[in-house]
Design a protein around this ligand. Structure first.
Ligand code: NAD
Length: 453
């Protein structure tokens, strides 16, 4: 098994030298990342094509430019974010200075997933270095081309003494997790999230876990079904459904089902024509996931759209299943593929009861023209994020914290939230030498006189 102790010792030595704490070092690394992204756009897009057949527009919008925007926000605000944050004071502290000083944790481990292998790997990295940490970056081995590119490029643009890239699979990750880190940021599935948390517990290392789950959609009967279909199929089929916040399944009244399916068919046709031939439709990451998705299709409900699977091409057609039941296999796990089950419910209350029987989802989507319906879901359920009348759009708004709750995750990031995640909030109170008489009452002996003042 690989031994990373020497590497971590080197990073710790670099951290202890104080170099990463300076504004200049942080800024230089962020600038390095910006140059990396700008000078290697084509190469990155090609890697994403190799790994997932990701269309160039999706590579630009969801990976390179998404990351770039987050990076620029970080660069533009870094000086402000690093400033001490003044806090309210009471009468007792009127002469004191009280503030929160954000300080780096030390050596952080950032582990990415394969579905958005650039965005998910580099956006936490930006926050980790902006906050002044040394970093071990572990891209997902399943997106092999992208992982290789990151391993080759990052040392060319960043400070090698303070940022390391480790590539490899489960054995390498297992070996890494034996080391002591000061922060662990993991993106991936919930089962591995538990492995990470157990390893972190050994050293009481704080974690952020960006996990998954089944993100439900409720469609109210008063909704514009054409609009619903366009927004749901878009969210479902980007990256061929391999998106952590993809709408996982739809709940609506039985009477809406057929009309909704018709509208979804129109959207799919408009977006992709023949998806098998479309340049804009992704492939499934590997054979294991392809077989898993096929099993879900075969085992549940009526296939009313798609259903075709081409193992050689790692292609799964956009697929819709109707009259799906709570007990069907497709409702038992996160689908993470281009399959949209529709489960009929009688009303919003029934949908809420169903949601609350399961784990808290990463995202929740409610469509209605009546805001009271959104309120009903907001008041009676919990999820990482919530979007009314669309899917996935909350992830693009950097001012909103992105993350899960319960088994869909712990902690959040994006924009300033990433900087905050990788910073310890140190409570600082500065007092003066004088004013001793004002606090004399606190010292023993606790005389009768003191008690009565
Ligand atoms: P993955 O298989 O690429 O794993 C992620 C990381 O975990 C990799 O670095 C991998 O090496 C490591 N890993 C895998 N098995 C391990 C083990 N047994 N021990 C130690 N480390 C191990 O990614 P995945 O888990 O297939 O990703 C898909 C899941 O991630 C979905 O559930 C999805 O919802 C979730 N996800 C969540 C977010 C989010 O932001 N919340 C984003 C993307 C994906």
């Amino acid at each position: 098994m690989a031994d990373y102790s020497e590497m971590i010792a080197g990073l710790r030595k670099a951290f202890n030298s104080g170099v990463t704490k300076t504004y200049e070092w942080r800024k230089k690394q962020l600038e390095g990342m910006l140059t990396l992204l700008d000078e290697n756009r084509d190469r990155i897009a090609q890697c994403l094509k190799d790994d997932l057949n990701k269309p160039s527009l999706e590579a630009a919008v969801f990976e390179i430019d998404f990351s770039r925007n987050d990076l620029i926000e970080t660069m533009n605000n870094l000086k402000d974010w690093m400033k001490p944050e003044k806090v309210k004071k009471g009468l007792l502290n009127i002469m004191d200075t009280a503030y929160i000083q954000r300080e780096p944790y030390g050596v952080a481990l950032v582990m990415g997933a394969w579905n958005y292998p650039i965005q998910i790997t580099v956006v936490p990295l930006f926050g980790a270095i902006a906050a002044g940490n040394c970093v071990v970056l572990k891209p997902s081995e399943l997106a092999g081309s992208t992982a290789k590119a990151l391993e080759e490029l990052i040392p060319k643009y960043l400070d090698n003494d303070c940022v390391k890239v480790v590539n490899g699979g489960i054995p390498e990750t297992t070996a890494l997790l034996k080391e002591r880190f000061d922060y662990i940021f993991y993106t991936g599935n919930t089962m591995v999230g538990k492995i990470i948390m157990r390893a972190a517990a050994e050293y009481l290392t704080p974690v952020t876990l960006e996990l998954g789950g089944k993100s439900p959609v409720f469609v109210d009967e008063n909704s514009d079904l054409n609009l619903v279909a366009r927004r749901v199929t878009w969210g479902k089929l980007v990256n061929a459904g391999q998106t952590c916040i993809a709408p996982d399944y739809v709940m609506c009244k039985k009477e809406l089902q057929d009309k909704l399916v018709e509208e979804c068919k129109k959207s799919i046709n408009e977006y992709y024509g023949d998806p098998a031939k479309s340049q804009d439709y992704c492939r499934i990451i590997n054979e294991r996931h392809l077989k898993r998705i096929k099993k879900l299709i075969d085992g549940s409900g009526n296939v009313v759209v798609g259903g075709d699977v081409d193992e050689e091409q790692k292609y799964v057609a956009p697929t819709i299943l109707t009259n799906v039941k709570e007990s069907d296999p497709v409702m038992m796990e996160e689908i993470f593929g281009p399959v949209l089950p529709i489960m009929p419910v009688n009303n919003a209350e029934e949908a809420i009861t169903h949601i609350n029987k399961g784990e808290k989802p990463l995202a929740m989507y409610v469509f209605s023209k009546d805001h009271e319906v959104a309120k009903k879901f907001l008041d009676n359920t919990s999820s990482g994020g919530f979007v009314f009348n669309d899917t996935m759009m909350h992830a693009g708004l950097m001012s909103l914290p992105f993350g899960g709750v319960g088994s869909s995750g712990i902690g959040s990031y994006h924009g300033m939230h990433t900087f905050d995640t990788f910073s310890h909030k140190r409570a600082v109170l500065e007092r003066k030498h004088g004013g001793e008489a004002m606090v004399a009452i606190r010292y023993p002996p606790y005389t009768e006189k003191k008690l009565n003042t």
